[in-house]
Structure formats: C-alpha cells, structure tokens
Write a protein that binds this ligand. Structure first.
Ligand SMILES: C[S@@+](CC[C@H](N)C(=O)[O-])C[C@H]1O[C@@H](n2cnc3c(N)ncnc32)[C@H](O)[C@@H]1O
Length: 297
C-alpha cells in the first residue's frame, strides 16, 4: 500500500519543518495552509451530536484504536494520558470522560484503578466499548456532552481528549459544556482538554490520504473562519462503492478556550504541548490544558 498526500505535500513539509509541529488528521482536526479564500458551505443538514460516532464506530479502532495515528502518537499514547490523569485524580479517583468512544483512553484509565464514567452521544460507539473485555468496570452513559451533568457530579477529573471538545459544533454548545463541567467537578477537581491549535490562515482543500490497488481515501474539507467550523467528508472509494464519513468541528484557540472556561467559572492551572509536560509555545500544534474551579482557589 502506498500512502501519499499529493495535494498537501507543501503543507506536510512546512509542518515537519517546525520540529514539534505534527500533521493533524483532518477528521479530528486540520492543520491548514494559508493563502486561499474559503469555500462557504452551509452546515450539514441533519448532522447531529451522534452523527460522528454513528458513522465512525465501525472504522474507529482501525484508524485510531492503538495509538491514535501519527499526530496523537506525538502528543501522548493512551498509557501516557492515563498516567497523567491518574496523577491528577489520585488513588482510586473518579474520572468522567466526555466522548468516550470505543474506550481508547477509558480502558487504560480503569487499568489504573480509577472509577471511570464515559459519556457518549453515539449508541454505536457505546456498543463497541461494551463489547470489549474490561468494559464492565466502566460506567457508560448515553448523552450529549453539552450537558455533562447527565453523567453525575463530584468527579476528580473531567477529561476530553483527541479534539473531541471541537465536536461540539457551536460556541454556545461549547460554552454550555464548560458550564456543565464546572458543575460536575469535585471542589478540588481538574478539567483536562487535549486539542489542536487552530492555524489562523486556514484554507479549504482536498487531500489524498491513501491510494492502494483497491482503495482510495480522500479528505474534503471546507473552513468557515467566521463560525470557526471545519466541515468535512472522508471518502473511501472501492470497487464496491463509496463510503462517506462526515464531520463537523468548531475549533477554538487556546485563548478562546481560556475565556470560555473563565466565563464558566474555571481557572487554568496548566498548559503543555503534550502529555509529557513539554512547554507550550507559539510553535505548538497541540495543547493539553488543565483548569480547576475558580471558586475553590
Ligand atoms: C474522536 S472520538 C474520541 C473517542 C475517545 N475519546 C478517544 O480518544 O479515542 C469523539 C467521540 O465523541 C463522541 N461525541 C461527539 N459529539 C458528542 C457529543 N455532542 N456528546 C457526546 N459525545 C459526542 C463521538 O461519538 C465519539 O465517540
């Protein structure tokens, strides 16, 4: 199988030339090239909180299951994430993961003796995780992370990894989530979010992710800079037909996240470039940020 990315080859060389910069997976977050005007697309008709999971559940572990792909491997493996979260939560601590998916992070967290609750809007994602050995240790809740309190309160850590916060496709939904997070946290609890840093000069585009004898995989992405949305389709083309994997993300800069978190009563206590504690800088492509409740500091 030959992996090529013809249309983004300049972008790839630009990203790798920054040392710490990594190329994000467009399905969960794009790093985008400057200089072209965006194509305007209206929001996808019928796209809801469950759409991403319902379409991705079948392929999720194949694409992201073991290490999360190139970009995520650079930020931190599931074991590195679990170690850091376990330190924050303390022995036998309680963790709520928003957008738990197939358990890529939740199961290693449970392996560390943490009491893990996973919230997800997609029945298919929840079915995948329930089918896995060890999932009986997890409390799994169906619901929208715009309302995290449906999963309970008093958590030592609330975690939202792998750009999942950006799956909340409007600023209002993100703000509602943060207000809910403040309510779900124990007084000394921590909210940890892992996400890409948006490139200010973003553009739309088509990238070729894979070409093999019997399969072509494309990403088609449109950016709306005003709404800060990434509207995309991953298209898998085979002799049997084409499959579409739609996604809609609302990105936010680290500063915007701090402002929204502050509005929700959260105060940032840490920001690193990865799960290994690398100092965050203007060149960082990703961040792992931690907030606490402002009323307890
Ligand atoms: C990129 S996956 C991340 C899964 C897992 N956290 C991981 O790191 O592998 C995003 C997950 O968030 C879920 N999701 C998307 N929007 C959601 C929403 N509004 N409420 C709850 N879950 C949502 C999807 O169903 C999917 O399982």
């Amino acid at each position: 199988m030959i992996q090529i990315d013809l249309l983004l080859k300049n972008l790839v060389s630009r990203l790798y030339s920054h040392g710490t910069k990594a190329r994000a997976d467009p399905v969960q977050g794009s790093l985008l090239e400057p200089g072209k005007a965006p194509t305007r697309l209206s929001a996808m008709e019928g796209y809801g909180s469950e759409t991403y999971g319902e379409t991705m559940a079948e392929v999720y572990d194949e694409w992201y299951g073991s290490d999360g792909g190139i970009a995520l491997s650079q930020i931190g493996s599931p074991d590195e994430v679990a170690d850091q979260v376990a330190t924050l939560a303390g022995p036998a601590g309680t963790v709520l993961e928003l957008g738990v998916g197939t358990g890529r992070l939740a199961l290693p967290l449970a392996d560390r003796g943490l009491a893990v609750t996973g919230l997800d809007a997609s029945p298919s994602m929840l079915a995948r995780i329930r089918a896995k050995p060890g999932s009986d240790r997890l409390t799994l809740v169906a619901g929208d992370m715009a309302e995290p309190t449906v999963a309970g309160t008093g958590f030592d850590v609330v975690l939202v990894g792998f750009n999942t916060f950006f799956n909340l496709a409007t600023e209002a939904a993100q703000q509602a989530c943060l207000h809910g997070v403040a309510e779900t946290l124990a007084p000394e609890g921590r909210f940890v979010l892992e996400a890409f840093v948006p490139e200010p000069d973003a553009h739309d585009g088509v990238s070729v992710r894979e070409v093999s004898v019997d399969r072509v995989m494309l990403d088609v992405v449109a950016i709306d800079r005003t709404a800060q949305t990434i509207t995309g389709q991953r298209i898998v083309m085979t002799a049997a037909g084409n499959r579409f994997f739609p996604y809609l993300l609302r990105y936010a800069t680290p500063d915007q996240l701090d402002a929204m978190a502050g509005e929700a009563g959260l105060e940032r206590v840490d920001r690193t470039e990865d799960w290994r504690g690398t100092t965050f800088s203007d060149n960082s492509s990703y961040h792992v940020s931690t907030w606490c409740r402002a009323d307890t500091t």
